[in-house]
Design a protein around this ligand. Structure first.
Ligand code: ADP
Length: 484
């Protein structure tokens, strides 16, 4: 079976978030299921620079008037089709933002171009390869199923079109553009309707995918159940309810080689389950690094997160007095909203030795935070899947999470029943209420002081299967079902 995966980022070539991790990791996991995945990505300078010597260039028709090639190549273990279109992607800056921090003004055409070429490949554009299924990720690839639906133009096509699936990594990003861009984006007039790509007087590329893909997946069963409700649906809940059985959730996995406490080169002391003395050395190192009192008995909460409304860290700011009253410490690594950055900086200044924060993005420190924290706080208002709680499980940092989306699916709350059965891996609370976060912090303190129970939870957490194996089987079953 052949899959064309289409996305605007892929780890390790270009990454701004969890999307890249998934797009980068799934192909290898699916190879074990006998499925070939080729990944279509824009030819950003960083991508073109990484291509192997096996690159083969195939000239294609201009993409919305811009000269373009599809380059077939491997890079860092990925089987790529790169859309080399210098007018659209050959520029400095990030995939979405210019050096000035603003969206590229032509993002509509840039990602419509990616989706257009994906659809053309799905319709048989390449002489030697046509996928069985086109797998679009997020809004940047969302128009691909729409172009497939409109058959990429008026001509009847000789070859059958590929089936399509879209995976939603975060419904909060609808990919909206003015309706005046319709023709420039290669959409027929009838597309501008509620039954097409129109979304509250805009064109939404995500809506296009949700409307026209044969299947819709999102990155956890919990989020799949939430997004058909108004409170979580971001305006798409009605459409998602209409799509009914086409919608499902498949959890993300993590790269268990990259995130392996036994071999992690970033750690002060690599460790395994049960080697608690080794783990304690990472805690001491982290406390020292963040300017916290080096105290093995203080419960150390960690946070590794974008600082945004979604992540609920304003609730944590409100709950800090309770955390301190519990005798606990906080180590935070994050960047984002200026108000939240300022809030945590001020909290650290007000409580030296008890609260430490590093504002910025730091991959090495992220590993050290997971290895050194006793518990990881994730108080998100919504969370499609969440990766940090999966890293936390693997590193024996007890996740303390809001019961939303993938957080609810991946953490087993230390309820009396779960503790009795010896299966608890973390603490959950109902989002997004500060007093419930406070209660969760206090409950975590009680568990932490009960050493046998805490150790048991750490062992359970570290034994949890957070690999891609299970998710890859689920994607394989989805694909097979689509072709049956
Ligand atoms: P989201 O994609 O919504 O930001 P996820 O939990 O799915 O949330 O993924 C976040 C990813 O980004 C994780 O790999 C996490 O470790 C990483 N990350 C977030 N903030 C930072 C930071 N300040 N420094 C290093 N890594 C970070």
């Amino acid at each position: 079976m052949d899959i064309l995966s289409v996305a605007s980022e892929v780890f390790p070539l270009v990454k701004t978030g969890g999307l890249a991790d998934v797009v980068g990791a799934l192909p290898q996991a699916l190879a074990a299921e006998g499925i070939r995945v080729r990944t279509l990505v824009p030819g950003y300078p960083a991508v073109l620079a990484a291509l192997g010597t096996d690159a083969v260039r195939h000239k294609i028709a201009p993409v919305f008037g811009h000269e373009a090639h599809v380059v077939s190549a491997t890079a860092r273990g990925l089987d790529l089709l790169v859309l080399d279109c210098p007018d659209l992607y050959g520029r400095p800056g990030g995939p979405y933002l210019g050096p000035d921090g603003q969206d590229w003004p032509d993002n509509g055409v840039r990602f419509a171009g990616l989706a257009w070429v994906a659809a053309e490949i799905g319709l048989g554009m390449l002489p030697d390869w046509q996928p069985d299924i086109l797998h679009a990720h997020d809004w940047q690839a969302g128009l691909a199923p729409a172009y497939l639906h409109y058959r990429g133009g008026p001509r009847p096509r000789p070859r059958p079109r590929s089936r399509s699936v879209i995976t939603v990594h975060n419904l909060a990003f609808p990919g909206k553009f003015p309706p005046s861009q319709r023709a420039a984006l290669g959409l027929p007039p009838e597309a501008l309707s509620a039954d097409g790509v129109e979304f509250y007087d805009t064109i939404s590329m995500l809506k296009a995918g949700l409307r026209f893909a044969d299947r819709i997946t999102t990155v956890s069963p919990g989020y799949a159940a939430e997004i058909v409700q108004e409170a979580f649906g971001m305006g798409f809940d009605g459409l998602l309810r209409d799509r009914g059985a086409a919608v499902s959730g498949i959890l993300n996995g993590i790269d268990t080689a990259e995130w392996n406490p036994a071999t992690d080169p970033y750690l002060a002391a690599p460790f395994e389950a049960g080697r608690w003395a080794q783990r304690a050395r990472n805690k001491a190192a982290l406390q020292a690094q963040l300017g916290l009192d080096v105290d093995p008995n203080a419960l150390l909460f960690g946070v590794v997160s974008r600082l945004s409304w979604q992540k609920g860290l304003d609730l944590l700011l409100e709950a800090l007095p309770a955390l301190l009253a519990e005798g606990a410490q906080l180590a935070l690594l994050g960047a984002g909203d200026a108000a939240l950055e300022q809030g945590f900086r001020a909290a650290a200044q007000a409580s030296p030795g008890r609260i430490g924060c590093v504002i910025g993005y730091n991959e090495t420190l992220a590993h050290q935070m997971l290895a050194g924290s006793d518990a990881l706080l994730v108080p998100s208002r919504f969370e499609p899947c969440g990766l940090t709680q999966l890293y936390a499980l693997r590193y024996g940092a007890i996740p303390v999470v809001a019961r939303v989306g993938g957080l609810g699916d991946t953490v087993i709350d230390a309820s009396p029943m779960a503790l009795g059965a010896g299966v608890a891996t973390g603490v959950q609370f109902a989002a997004p209420l500060t007093w419930l976060l406070r209660t969760a912090i206090i409950r975590t303190g009680q568990l932490f002081r009960d050493k046998p129970t805490w150790r048991r939870m750490q062992l359970n957490a570290m034994a949890a299967d957070v690999s891609w194996q299970g998710p890859a089987r689920a994607y394989a079953a989805l694909y097979r079902g689509m072709l049956a």
